[in-house]
Design a protein around this ligand. Structure first.
Ligand code: ADP
Length: 471
């Protein structure tokens, strides 16, 4: 627990952290009480006038120093991430390095102009639009990307001049704690960034309804996102939400099928499918559906599963037994409705059935299946066939979610037509990744509101003020 520039001594309660691959305890952090949560907000509020009044370049210097320190400690950060979250250590390292890029990006972005001069109504009038930091921002982050989601929020929020209270996911507070060691060393003045870990049932509401919190930036489930919106309504607190997804990946017969399989292998199996942008429904043109499903199954079979710290592992465990049960239920439901299992389908031999699930490919999946309606959040690729372009778009858009979509085709006209017709915040054509620092990440419909990364990612943390100056 880091409040007002000090690490707090344990006051009794601990939050224990477990390795999802073994169930062993791998660490513990101080658990915050509601009083601590309140103190963290007060510390952030106290620090705001000074921090927001500093020159942008001065704020940027701290971010650049933090970036350098993350690079120096990347192996340690990656190892902690693997121990608490499970993903293979090389993937964890990739996540840490990607997260660090947001520090650099926003250290630069803060120097760019953020205002406008408007047409005046006559001589002696000057109409200008400026952006100003809001104050205290509460950042709430999930367990699936425990390092990068923190940096993607804290970098733009602090660059813009706000101060922050972070509440990381209770499953993964180790990455957060190490990042705060880095923030401390990088030179954030006391109170600019504060860390409280703990059970959301204990500290959640104190944080989200605190009168000094001006904004909540949340990444997590739709269910909790809706709850936070309701709580925020009491004080009209601004909320930005990055919620679930149910990404379609549309593969046309004219596509480079091997490229599509390779990209989907990444999109579907990285982080064991526990990503909001993971391809959840693989929609394939009927003429090549069987051939493509076989190709994807060969990729799934080649994936090595195990403890993320072991060499050569591609996919680690799921976060907990409930996650494994949900994935198994989705697979069983699809099979009971006629789907054929081409790869995986259960726990690989020798591994714990409550923790691991083999990369799985299902062919001939009925659109009625659970897996076609709900986010699986696991390493399962259901292949669903479609007739033509119109049918593909109709199936893809039949979802309350609208985060990410993928399209594979060599036809340029079709690439434009289909991407424009998709009701999604992000569309990748012939690629399986979307989260670049310079691009606006975010969804529409029930996938959320607001963008992260890009120039817009910093604008989210700024109020607009219009000044009419007459002389
Ligand atoms: P998941 O289902 O993927 O675990 P959640 O939405 O439950 O996702 O969790 C995402 C983040 O939201 C975590 O940091 C979690 O502690 C936090 N969270 C969950 N419930 C609340 C709440 N009622 N108030 C504030 N934060 C919450």
């Amino acid at each position: 627990m880091y409040i007002g520039g000090h690490w707090r001594e344990p006051s009794g309660a601990w939050l224990r952290v477990f390795d999802p691959a073994t169930g062993d305890e791998v660490g513990r952090v101080v658990a915050a009480t509601p009083e601590h949560a309140g103190e963290a907000v007060e510390a952030a509020s106290y620090a705001f006038p000074d921090w927001s009044g500093r020159a942008p370049d001065e704020r940027a210097r701290v971010l650049r120093k933090a970036h350098q320190l993350v690079l120096e400690r990347v192996d340690e950060l990656a190892r902690a991430l693997t121990l608490e979250q499970g993903k293979p250590v090389d993937e964890a390292k990739g996540e840490v390095l990607w997260g660090a890029e947001f520090l650099l990006w926003y250290a630069e972005e803060v120097r760019r102009p953020l205002g406008e001069i408007l047409a005046s109504n006559g001589p002696g009038q000057h109409l200008q639009v400026r952006r100003r930091p809001r104050g205290v921002v509460l950042c709430i982050t999930p367990w699936n990307f425990p390092s990068s989601m923190i940096l993607r929020k804290i970098a733009p929020a602090t660059a813009a001049g706000n101060t922050v209270v972070l509440k990381p996911a209770e499953q993964t507070p180790l990455s957060a704690t190490l990042l705060f060691e880095i923030f401390d060393e990088a030179g954030f003045p006391p109170g600019v960034v504060n860390l409280v870990c703990g059970d959301p049932a204990v500290i959640g509401e104190t944080l989200t309804t605190h009168p000094k919190v001006r904004q909540i930036s949340f990444t997590g489930s739709v269910e909790v996102g809706k709850l936070l919106l309701t709580q925020a309504a009491r004080r009209i607190t601004k909320v930005t939400l990055e919620l679930g997804g149910h990404a379609p990946a549309i593969v046309f017969a004219d596509a480079d099928l091997e490229l599509a399989a390779v990209k989907l292998r990444f999109s579907k199996f990285q982080s064991a499918g526990q990503s909001c942008v993971a391809a959840n429904r693989v929609l394939v043109e009927a003429a090549i559906a069987d051939e493509f499903a076989e190709r994807l199954a060969a990729h799934a079979d080649s994936v090595r599963i195990g403890h993320g710290l072991d060499p050569g592992i591609d996919v680690g465990p799921l976060i907990d037994a409930a996650a494994t049960r949900r994935v198994r239920a989705h697979v069983q439901d699809a099979v009971s409705r006629g789907a054929r299992l081409l790869a995986g389908g259960d726990v690989p031999q020798g591994l714990d059935a409550d923790r691991f699930f083999a990369p799985t490919v299902l062919a001939g999946v009925s659109p009625e299946s659970l897996i076609c309606r709900e986010e699986t959040f696991g390493p399962v690729a259901p292949v669903i066939s479609f007739r033509d372009e119109e049918h593909a778009v109709e199936l893809a858009n039949a979802s309350d979610y609208g985060l990410a979509a993928y399209v594979f085709t060599r036809d340029l006209g079709r690439a434009y037509r289909v991407s424009e017709a998709l009701d999604y915040g992000m569309v990748a054509v012939n690629d399986g990744a979307l989260g670049w620092v310079q691009a606006p990440f975010g969804g529409i419909k029930q996938s959320g509101e607001g963008r992260e990364g890009h120039r817009l990612g910093m604008e989210e943390y700024l109020d607009i003020q219009y000044v009419s100056l007459n002389y």
